[in-house]
Ligand binder design. Structure first.
Ligand code: SAM
Length: 242
């Protein structure tokens, strides 16, 4: 399998994603947005949104006070981000080949993007190159544990079932349908240790780790379950001095 399979996937489903991601309170993102803003924190300087999609994370970064550059390998998504005024600058680019000079950014954010990249160490090394030495990398991934199991039903107390092993790396593909919308997801599922190994090989050290729960106002039955098992894993990492 070559690594463009992910870009191909997102090119194919770009419009579907834009509709899914922008529907008010539809995607889980909205139940965590306030916590994400708090985790990133207010800042100044230049931020890079890696794999910006239609631009919702760029808009969070703008709200945090950053000057934002948004990149995504899918032209249609970059256009959607631009049409919504999400960032200050836009480029069609993949994480492994960033069209920026060394040490340009104070902050890089890869929000639910590393699961869509086959060569995570390669992408992280390139992100390290464009970060300032004291810059911060913020990562969100679907929690590797949540990724491997599923709730037995929609009710808040449904048991969480892990059918396969937590360990190992595998490709996932699936469709989610809800409230008249659907989204085709695909990517790579791997345990936390693989992400840590990728960070280590790119010479990043993790400085913060969060397992966020949905914001209180979003504790409806669909999201309530995610108070039992973490849906997302958030990390902050800094470049290790060489
Ligand atoms: C789940 S979406 C997340 C989009 C955005 N970060 C958000 O949370 O709204 C995954 C994004 O990763 C992008 N992507 C796929 N392969 C990529 C790569 N090699 N480098 C950077 N982004 C990539 C896709 O085009 C898509 O926009």
């Amino acid at each position: 399998m070559n690594k463009d399979v992910d870009i191909e996937h997102w090119s194919r489903f770009a419009d579907e994603w834009t509709t899914w991601a922008r529907a008010p309170d539809h995607d889980a993102f909205w139940a965590y947005r306030a916590s994400l803003l708090a985790f990133i924190g207010r800042g100044a300087g230049e931020a890079l949104d890696v794999g910006c999609g239609e631009g919702r994370v760029s808009r969070v970064l703008k709200d945090c006070g950053y000057q934002v550059t948004a990149i995504d390998p899918v032209e249609r998504l970059i256009k959607a981000a631009e049409q919504a005024g999400s960032a200050d600058t836009y480029k069609v680019a993949a994480a492994a080949d960033l069209p920026f000079e060394d040490h340009r950014f104070d902050l890089a954010v890869a929000y639910n993007v590393l699961m869509d990249i086959e060569d995570v160490p390669g992408a992280l090394k390139e992100i390290r190159r464009v970060l300032r030495p004291l810059g911060t990398l913020v990562i969100s991934i679907v929690h590797p544990f949540a990724d491997r199991g599923r709730f037995a039903g929609p009710e808040a107390d449904a048991p969480f079932i892990l059918q396969k092993s937590y360990f190992g790396r595998e490709r996932f593909e699936g469709t989610e349908a809800r409230n008249g919308l659907q989204m085709h997801f695909a990517g790579w599922s791997q345990p936390l240790e693989s992400y840590m190994a990728a960070l280590e090989s790119a010479q990043f050290a993790v400085t913060s780790l969060r397992e966020p729960v949905p914001d209180a106002k979003d504790r409806d039955s669909r999201m309530e379950r995610w108070n039992k098992v973490p849906l997302f894993l958030w990390l902050k990492a800094r470049i290790l001095p060489i």
